[in-house]
Design a protein around this ligand. Structure first.
Ligand code: ARE
Ligand code: CA
Length: 632
C-alpha cells in the first residue's frame, strides 16, 4: 500500500455529515493511489453495543488528474457515539489509517469521531476572536478611573497610572494593584478598530465583574460590572453595539467565567467584613454560605486556587447544590443571567475549568466532568448557539471528545506552543526550544487527532495570552516572525484569536508585563502587521475552505525550513506555502496531491499573481518569514 496516496479527514469532500444527527448515516470517502489497492474496510467501534463492526468500502471514482481512486463506505445512522479507522489491503500488505496517521499494525487509539447530535457554534468556527484585558486597551471614560488608594488589594494600596506607559510598573509585591483606566466604554469606542481595521468579529474579555484587582480573577460580585470598567448598562451597550452590523460585521461577545473560586471579598466569603448586613463563610461557621467553601481549619486554612488566599475555592457539592444553582443551575444563575437579554453574551471562557470540584478536590475527575456537563446543559438551554471555551493547557480531549462538555479549548498545546517553538525557537515561557518543521507538522497532526473535527475548528488559536510572554518578545522583536505566524494562524484549523496588540507585535515578558497598555500610535491601519492581519482575515473570511475545509500536509523541508499544506472543500483548493528561513526560497508545492490539474491556474491571494500548474507542481518564491496562499 502506497502510504503517500492515502488520505481521509472529516472535511466536506471526505465526510458527508461532519456533525450528523442521530438520523443521518455517515458516508466516508478514502483516497488511494489509482489501482494501488484491492479492498478497503471501515472498522468502527459502536458505543451502543461496545463492539467493533466492519463496513466494506466500494470503489466510487477517480480524481480529475487520474492519480487517485476514491472508495466509499457508509456507517448507518443511530444516536450512539462511534469511532472509526480504515483497513486498506493491496493483496500482499495491509495499512491502517486513522486520525493519528498511517500504520502497518492496527492502531489502538487516535480514531476519527462520530458524535451524533453534537454541534459546536458556527460563529466560533467561522469567526476571528480578539482578546482584551480591559484595564489596558482604551480609556473611554476618565470619569470611572480608579483613584489612588481607592481599592485595597492583598495588603497593597492601589495605584493609578497614566495611560500609555509602555511597561507595567513593578511595585514590589503589589503588581496586581496597578490600574491604567481602560474600560468597556473604551472597547465600545474602538469597535471600529476591532471590526474594520483588524477584521475580528468575536470579542473575548478578561474578567469584568466587581473585584479589587486589575485582572479581576478574584470576583467580589458576579452580578455587577466593576465600576472602574463601567456598569451593567455599559456592558449591555457594548454587547448591543458588537451585535449590531452598523459598524462592521455582526459581532459576538465572550466573557471570562471565573467559577473555580471567588475572591476573598465575595459576600459568600467576606474575609474583611466589607459587606454589611450579612455573614460570610470566613466570618462564622453558621454563615448560610459556610458550605460554599472547603475549610481544613476554619477560618484561616481553606482550599484556594493554587493556594492564593485571595481566591477561596468554591465547593460544588452534589448535583442541585446551592453553589451549582447559584453559578449555573437556576434561572437567576450567573451563567444564565449574562447569556439572557438584555446582556445577551454569546459564550463563556471557563477559567481554571479543570479544577471545579466538590469538597476541595482538585478536579479533572468524575465530579468535574459532571459539573462541566451540567454547565453545558444550562448554557445551551438558554442559547443553543452559545459557546463554551475551556481553559486547559494540555490535551483537552477529556472535556471535548465526548461531545457533552466544552465546544473548544484554549489551544496552548496544539497551536501556541508548536508555533512558538517552530517560528521563534522558544517555548511560550520564553525558554530556548526549537523544532524542525517535520516535528511541527507531526505535532499539529497529533494534537488535531485529540479532538472531534468540529472541536478542532472551534479551538482558540492564539500567539500570546495574558498568562504567557508575548509572541513579539519571544520573536526578539522581529516583526517578520509575526508576519509568518499570522499567515499560519489565519490559514490553520481553529479560531484565530488575537491577544490585543499581537497584531502589531506588542512586546512584553511574563505576567504582568504581558498586559501592557495598547499603543494607539502603533496599532493603526497603516502599521504593516495590522494591515497584513486585516488582509489575511479577509482571505480567511472569503474562503470557507480555510475554516472548515480539509487539512492536508503537502511538504516539509527541515533544511530550508519550508512548510506547505492544503485546505480544500467542494468550492476551492488552496495551497499555503510558508518560509521560516530568513532568506527567500522558491517553494515547489506538490499540488497534484490536491488534484490540481496541469495547466490549471492558481492565484496567490496576497500579491494577486497567477501561476500555472506544471508537472503537478507550482513553484513560488516566498520571502523569508513570509507565506504564499495559492487558491483555485
Ligand atoms: C499574580 C501575579 C503573577 C504572580 C502570581 C503569584 O499577576 O505575576 O506570579 O500572582 O504571585 C489570575 C491573574 C494573575 C495572578 C493570579 C493569582 O491573572 O495575574 O497572578 O490570578 O492571583 C495554571 C492554571 C490556570 C491559570 C494559570 C495562570 O491551571 O487556570 O495557571 N490561568 C487562569 C487565568 C489567569 C488567572 C487564573 C487562572 C486565576 O487565565 O490569568 O490568574 O483565576 C502549566 C499547567 C497549567 C498552568 C500553567 C501556568 O502549563 O499545565 O495548568 O496554568 O502551567 O502555570
Ligand atoms: Ca476609565
Amino acid at each position: 500500500v502506497e502510504w503517500n496516496g492515502l488520505f481521509h479527514d472529516q472535511g466536506p469532500l471526505y465526510d458527508n455529515h461532519v456533525e450528523p444527527t442521530a438520523a443521518q448515516a455517515v458516508t466516508l470517502t478514502l483516497r488511494t493511489f489509482k489501482g494501488d489497492i484491492s479492498s478497503a474496510n471501515i472498522k468502527y467501534y459502536d458505543s451502543a453495543d461496545g463492539a467493533f463492526h466492519w463496513v466494506a468500502m466500494s470503489w466510487s471514482a477517480n480524481d480529475a488528474t487520474g492519480n487517485f481512486d476514491f472508495w466509499k463506505g457508509t456507517i448507518p445512522a443511530s444516536a450512539s457515539k462511534k469511532y472509526y479507522r480504515f483497513q486498506i489491503n493491496d493483496g500482499s500488505a495491509t495499512a491502517w489509517l486513522n486520525a493519528a496517521g498511517t500504520t502497518s499494525a492496527e492502531p489502538s487509539s487516535g480514531d476519527f469521531f462520530i458524535l451524533p447530535g453534537f454541534t459546536t457554534p458556527a460563529w466560533m468556527k467561522n469567526g476571528v476572536m480578539y482578546q482584551i484585558f480591559p484595564d489596558r486597551f482604551y480609556n473611554g471614560d476618565a470619569g470611572n478611573d480608579v483613584g489612588n488608594g481607592q481599592y485595597t488589594y492583598a495588603g497593597c494600596a492601589t495605584e493609578k497610572h497614566a495611560w500609555g506607559s509602555s511597561v507595567v510598573a513593578n511595585v514590589s509585591g503589589c503588581n496586581t494593584a496597578v490600574f491604567f483606566g481602560g474600560d468597556l466604554a473604551g472597547i465600545d469606542q474602538k469597535l471600529g478598530y476591532i471590526k474594520n481595521t483588524v477584521g475580528a468579529d468575536i470579542v473575548y474579555l478578561n474578567p469584568v465583574f466587581l473585584s479589587p484587582s486589575n485582572h479581576k480573577y478574584d470576583t467580589e460580585d458576579y452580578m455587577t460590572v466593576d465600576p472602574a470598567f463601567g456598569s451593567n448598562a455599559t456592558l449591555q451597550t457594548l454587547s448591543a453595539d458588537l451585535h449590531s452590523t452598523a459598524n462592521g460585521p455582526k459581532g459576538y461577545l465572550v466573557l471570562d467565567g471565573v467559577f473555580n473560586h471567588t475572591g476573598d471579598t465575595h459576600k459568600w466569603f467576606d474575609r474583611y467584613n466589607w459587606w454589611t448586613g450579612l455573614t460570610g463563610a470566613y466570618e462564622s461557621q453558621s454563615s448560610p454560605t459556610y458550605g460554599y467553601y472547603t475549610f481544613q481549619s476554619w477560618p484561616n486554612t481553606y482550599s484556594a486556587f493554587f493556594g492564593f488566599s485571595s481566591m477561596p475555592k468554591l465547593d460544588y457539592g452534589a448535583s442541585g447544590s446551592a453553589v451549582r444553582n447559584a453559578i449555573y443551575g437556576g434561572t437567576g444563575s450567573v451563567v444564565q443571567t449574562w447569556l439572557k437579554s438584555p446582556y445577551s453574551i454569546d459564550g463563556w471562557r471557563l477559567d481554571a475549568a479543570q479544577y471545579l470540584d466538590a469538597g476541595g478536590g482538585n478536579g479533572s475527575d468524575t465530579a468535574n466532568h459532571q459539573i462541566m456537563a451540567e454547565l453545558r446543559s444550562a448554557v445551551k438551554s438558554v442559547n443553543a448557539n452559545a459557546d463554551i471555551l475551556g481553559e486547559f493547557w494540555g490535551n483537552a480531549g477529556p472535556w471535548t471528545a465526548g461531545g457533552d462538555q466544552w465546544d473548544g479549548a484554549m489551544n496552548y498545546d496544539g497551536f501556541t506552543q508548536p508555533v512558538s517553538e517552530w517560528i521563534t525557537g522558544r517555548d511560550y515561557g520564553g525558554n530556548a526550544a526549537s523544532i524542525p518543521v517535520s516535528q511541527f507538522d507531526s505535532w499539529l497532526h497529533g494534537t488535531r487527532a485529540n479532538y472531534p473535527t468540529n472541536v478542532q475548528q472551534a479551538m482558540s488559536n492564539f500567539l500570546s495570552s495574558h498568562d504567557i510572554s508575548r509572541f513579539g518578545n519571544r520573536a526578539g522583536g522581529d516583526i517578520w516572525k509575526t508576519y509568518l505566524a499570522l499567515f499560519f494562524q489565519m490559514t490553520y484549523v481553529g479560531t484565530p484569536t488575537i491577544y490585543y496588540g499581537d497584531e502589531y507585535g506588542m512586546q512584553g515578558g511574563a505576567d504582568p508585563d504581558n498586559r501592557r497598555t495598547f499603543d494607539w500610535s502603533v496599532g493603526t491601519a497603516t502599521n504593516s502587521a495590522v494591515a497584513l492581519t486585516k488582509k489575511l482575515v479577509a482571505i480567511r473570511n472569503a474562503y470557507p475552505a480555510l475554516r472548515t475545509g480539509s487539512f492536508m500536509t503537502l511538504l516539509t523541508n527541515d533544511t530550508s525550513k519550508l512548510y506547505a499544506y492544503g485546505r480544500f472543500d467542494a468550492s476551492n483548493r488552496i495551497a499555503v506555502a510558508l518560509n521560516n528561513d530568513s532568506v527567500t526560497h522558491t517553494v515547489t508545492v506538490p499540488v497534484w496531491q490536491l488534484s490540481m490539474t496541469n495547466g490549471s491556474t492558481v492565484t496567490e491571494l496576497i500579491s494577486g499573481t497567477h501561476y500555472t500548474v506544471q508537472n503537478g507542481q507550482i513553484s513560488v518564491a516566498v520571502n523569508g518569514h513570509y507565506g504564499a496562499i495559492l487558491a483555485q
